[in-house]
Each structure stands twice: as C-alpha cells, then as structure tokens.
Design a protein around this ligand. Structure first.
Ligand code: PEP
Ligand code: MN
Length: 342
C-alpha cells in the first residue's frame, strides 16, 4: 500500500500519517519526490487495512494498493527514475555508463593494462573480481583482499571508479572500503543475509539477475536492499542472461527485459553482454542491442590476453575489439531514436 500526499502536504501532516502507520504496527518508507511525498506502508498484513484508514487523514491525496510483491523498487512507490550518482558519474542519467575490466583480478599489471584501456576509451568504471563465486570449487577463487588492493591502486592511478563482487556477508564492509559499487553475482541474487549485509554498508549495489530467476524475484531481492536504504535508493539492476534449454550460447541473452524493467521499476539498468555470450564473437552485437533497448550502461569483460585468462577468457574482448566496440557505442548512443534517462 502506498499513500500519496498532496503536493502541498506539510511535515506535520506527513508525520501524522507516519504515526498512524506505526500505531497499526507497520513500518514505512518515504519517497520525497520533487512534486510530492509518497509513503509506502510495509508489513505482512497491509492487505487487511482499509484504504480509508489513511484517506481520512489531512494532506493525503490517495491511497493505492501495490498488487506486486515488490514495493520499494516499483514505479508505484517512486514514479521518478532513480539516478545513482557516484562522484560525477550518473547511472541512469543521459550518458551511457561503461564498466569494463577482467573477469578476475590476476595481477597488478593485468589490471593496470585493462584500466588504462578503459580510461582511454572513455569508460567510467573498472570491473574485476577479487572474490570469485565459481561453479566448481576447484576453479580459481580469486586473490581476495590482495585483489581489492590491486583494484584500488588502479583507481588511484586512473581515476576510474571500481565495481567488484561480494560473495559473503562477512566481507561486505571490507569490500565496500575498497570499491565504489558492490556487485551481487547471479548465484547470490537470493542470498538474503548477503543482501542485508551489503545494504547495511550503504554502498551502491549492482544486483545481477539470478541464473533462473523471474523479474518479480529479482525486484523483490532489490527490495531487500532498498528497505535498508530506500530514502537514497542506490540499487542498479544488471541483467546477464538466464538459463534456458538452448545451449548455443552460455546463457540466453535477456535484453528484452530492459523495456519490461522500465515499465515496472525506477531503478537504473546495466547490461552484461559477456556472460550470456560466453564467446567474444557475440559480445559486440549483444552490447549494441542493449543500447538500442535503452540500457543505462554496460559491464564488459576484457583481458590483455584472453587465451591465458584465469576465468571467462572465451568471452573476454581483446583491447582492440573493446576499443572498436567503444567507438561503435559512441555513435549508437547518440542516436536520437534511443531513449535513455527519461
Ligand atoms: C562475473 O561478473 O564475473 C560473474 C561471476 O558474473 P555472474 O554472477 O553474472 O555469473
Ligand atoms: Mn566473469
């Protein structure tokens, strides 16, 4: 249930509504938009409360039931698009945001080489996994804190921002002390203790879609984070392909979800063309397709020598392929037929 206040509602009227919500045993979340304030009523049995309970209060314009299981991520709660601002980079604004780097952090040299290419090509974020959630326990698990230091060093040298994955709740504070965005990997989308732990850091979170999760489950996962930091929402959704019967690519590319998300949520969207492709040949076309669909940005795997990569080499772009793609994206993202940031 959300309560929309009139555009001139006073603080006293807003506080009276909040007091009534609490009296009834519910919690709340405020969205103080430019035009009006919207208050979400949160709790297990909000369906049992008559809308009239709030409609009679001063300053209330209307009370709307949100039928979807996700609330804070919904457009009903927050009709204006969220822009996650980190430094002078705006994710969800007019400019296409590019995040790129290796799948795994392997060495300072490897990361610096990637960072320089990303910077030169006009990217804003360096990506790299220091903690790797590998399907097999025998595969490379990452350099852990040493990897975080390598990323932070590259940030210092290039001015790029850093996005890197957190795989367990006890690392959330440590990773957030090094990174600008915490990535939640596909395998952890429904790891609720992890979602709560990253939310508590108040760092921006890149929430990947689960391998076989519905959009509804994904947005409910976003609500876990938003319920901790909803008054300055800083969740970015990342689609990265889903598991289907078709094995011609590593995952099936779900870029068709972009306009669906636009219809359901105010959160910004980043597209990952690398993991669904599983093969570098498909990555540029997947990336361009997401831009045409209206994505807010891309996260792309690159490597100085993909053949020797410790993880995901087959889908990693060489530097020259990445530079070529960036030049194409530059042209494509200027196309007036593509809408972004509105
Ligand atoms: C990654 O970004 O390298 C990664 C492990 O991605 P995903 O969680 O989407 O598989
Ligand atoms: Mn990877």
């Amino acid at each position: 249930m959300v309560i929309e206040m009139t555009s001139g509602a006073t603080d006293a009227q807003i506080n009276a509504v909040i007091a009534r919500i609490q009296e009834l045993g519910f919690s709340f979340q405020l969205n103080q938009g430019e035009v009006k304030t919207v208050i979400a009523v949160l709790g297990e049995n909000t369906g049992a409360v008559e809308t009239g309970t709030f409609e009679v209060l001063d300053g209330v314009e209307q009370v709307v039931r949100i039928q979807k299981p996700f609330k804070l991520a919904s457009l009903g709660f927050k009709p204006e698009r969220t822009i996650v601002e980190i430094g002078d980079v705006k994710i969800g604004g007019k400019e296409l945001v590019i995040m790129a780097g290796p799948c795994s952090v392997e060495s300072q040299e490897q990361v610096m080489a990637c960072a320089e290419v990303v910077k030169k090509a006009g990217g804003q974020f360096l990506r790299g996994g220091a903690y790797k959630p590998r399907t097999s326990p025998f595969a490379f698990q990452g350099l852990e804190e040493e990897g975080l230091k390598i990323l932070a060093n590259a940030r210092e040298k290039t001015g790029l921002l850093v996005v890197t994955e957190v795989v367990s709740p006890e690392h959330a504070d440590l990773v957030s002390s090094y990174a600008d965005i915490l990535q939640i990997g596909a395998r952890n989308m429904q790891n609720y203790p992890l979602l709560k732990a990253v939310a508590k850091t108040h760092s921006p979170v890149l929430l990947k879609r689960g391998l076989a999760s519905t959009v509804e489950e994904w947005l409910c996962a976003a609500d876990y984070i938003l319920s901790e930091n909803g008054d300055s929402p800083n969740v970015i959704l990342c689609h990265r392909g889903i598991t289907t019967f078709d094995k011609s690519t590593r995952y099936s590319y779900d870029d068709g979800v972009i306009p669906v998300l636009r219809h359901l949520t105010h959160l910004p969207i980043i597209s990952d063309p690398s993991h669904p492709a599983g093969n570098f040949h498909y990555v540029p076309a997947y990336a361009k397709s997401a831009v045409a669909m209206g994505t807010d940005g891309l996260i792309i795997e690159i490597h100085p020598d993909p053949k020797t990569a410790k993880s995901d080499g087959a889908q990693s772009l060489t530097f020259s392929d990445f530079e070529r793609l960036m030049a194409d994206l530059q042209i494509l993202s200027q196309c007036p037929a593509i809408s972004r940031g509105n």
